[in-house]
Design a protein around this ligand. Structure first.
Ligand SMILES: Cc1ncc(COP(=O)(O)O)c(C=O)c1O
Length: 388
């Protein structure tokens, strides 16, 4: 039985643990890679499969197109975005490509620079690196953890088309200020695009107030909705100006008229959508989305701050070095613990039922609202017994 929209903050973060079966078996501290699967997502998925069994293709018209609309609507509300500003795409990479292929010619004129930072996820930069007419500027990070917004301010000018960086850096958890970055980009007439894969779902957001032009995120990680979809927010003032040069029928205003001679785009953000979306993921995403809404992103953020600080303190007290922001207000729940043998440590932790990951030189630990203090304590205790 599927519920309708739920009131905010009606579920205690720790009571929500019972929604996530993996937490009964493992100490799961890898949500920045893959958010835990909930019983709610499973129920949505079971409903999807059941309708597929019993209705076949008629499920599209009677249910699934409605599920797509519901997901868009819930994501828009969750991101603090206006209705009609979110498009669904298969991945962040494809969402970024759709943006790159839609920027209008008059805004591109005389502007051939894209500015990002070395801490961004590579997919943000790759496509620009391949475009011969674009000069990609990758700014260095002074401390290897975060960026000073002044670096962006100094790097952008009237030649800049796009300031593209992360809301939260994937490798360090460092949080950047979307409004500040948008103001910097707009000060020189450039667009601001943020990769928010590690923002939405752990950092409260009111996208409509930040001024950012584009924001990408998705259900995979902090929204506990699984792989196969990405969300692309587009500022409403920009939507009508976008001129897609790659397109698909889900982006067409009257897709079911099958008008082959003319592509008339949707009036809203859907104009950047492509083909048939991953419907199984639409369902699992609705389950995760619902739980996040019920817990409330403020409660999630408070819980994640608490767990992050606990982890940082315990790891430091145990003598580990950390690659993390000096200012705790810039930290999120991606904690990089320096270690001489990260793969060995991750394997050792796995033997003890603790799931984390490794990145060069680090054991990466990412708690989420459903984790407990005891789980974080256990992780450090076991890590202390394996120093490599
Ligand atoms: C910050 C960030 N951006 C983008 C991606 C890749 O996104 P996609 O595989 O959806 O293109 C990842 C993947 O982990 C990520 O962490």
């Amino acid at each position: 039985m599927i519920r309708g929209p739920t009131p905010m903050s009606s579920l205690d973060p720790l009571k929500a643990r019972t929604e996530f079966p993996i937490l009964e078996q493992k100490v799961y501290l890898n949500s920045c890679s893959l958010g835990a699967l909930s019983r709610r997502s499973e129920a949505y998925l079971a409903e999807f499969l059941q309708r597929w069994h019993t209705m076949g293709a008629s499920a599209w018209y009677e249910h699934w197109l409605g599920r797509l609309a519901l997901l868009r609507q819930r994501v828009e509300a969750f991101l603090g975005a206006e209705p009609g500003t979110v498009a669904l795409l298969p991945s962040t990479s494809s969402a970024l490509a759709a943006v790159a292929e839609s920027l209008p010619a008059d805004r591109r004129r005389g502007r051939n620079r894209v500015v990002c930072s070395e801490l961004d996820f590579p997919t943000l930069a790759y496509q620009w690196a391949l475009k011969p007419d674009i000069e990609l500027v990758i700014l260095p990070s002074e401390d290897g953890v975060g960026m000073d917004p002044e670096q962006f301010a100094e790097a952008v000018d009237e030649r800049t088309l796009l300031l593209a960086t992360s809301h939260v850096f994937f490798a360090t958890g460092f949080i950047q200020d979307p409004a500040r970055l948008a103001a910097i980009a707009h000060g020189v007439g450039a667009y601001c695009l943020l990769d928010g894969y590690h923002g939405a779902g752990q950092v409260p957001l009111a996208l409509a107030e930040t001024g950012v032009d584009f924001y990408t995120t998705g259900p995979l990680k902090w929204l506990c909705g699984g792989p196969g979809l990405a969300y692309l927010y587009i500022h409403p003032s920009i939507i009508p100006t976008l001129q897609p040069t790659i397109a698909g029928w889900f982006g067409a205003k009257n897709a079911f008229r099958f008008e082959i001679r003319r592509f008339e785009p949707h009036d809203d953000a859907r104009r950047l959508e492509m083909g048939t979306p991953a419907m199984a993921t639409v369902h699992t995403a609705l389950g995760g989305q619902e739980i996040l809404e019920e817990v409330g992103v403020e409660a999630v953020a408070a819980r994640n701050r608490h767990l992050t600080e606990r982890l940082v303190t315990l790891a430091r007290d145990a003598g580990f070095g950390l690659t993390t922001a000096k200012d705790p207000s810039c930290r999120s729940a991606i904690v990089m613990i320096r270690h001489p043998d990260p793969p060995g440590a991750v394997a050792h932790l796995a033997q003890e039922g603790i799931i984390v990951d490794h990145r060069p030189g680090h054991v990466r630990v990412s708690p989420h609202f459903y984790n407990t203090d005891e789980e974080v304590e256990r992780l450090v205790e076991v890590l202390v017994s394996f120093r490599g």
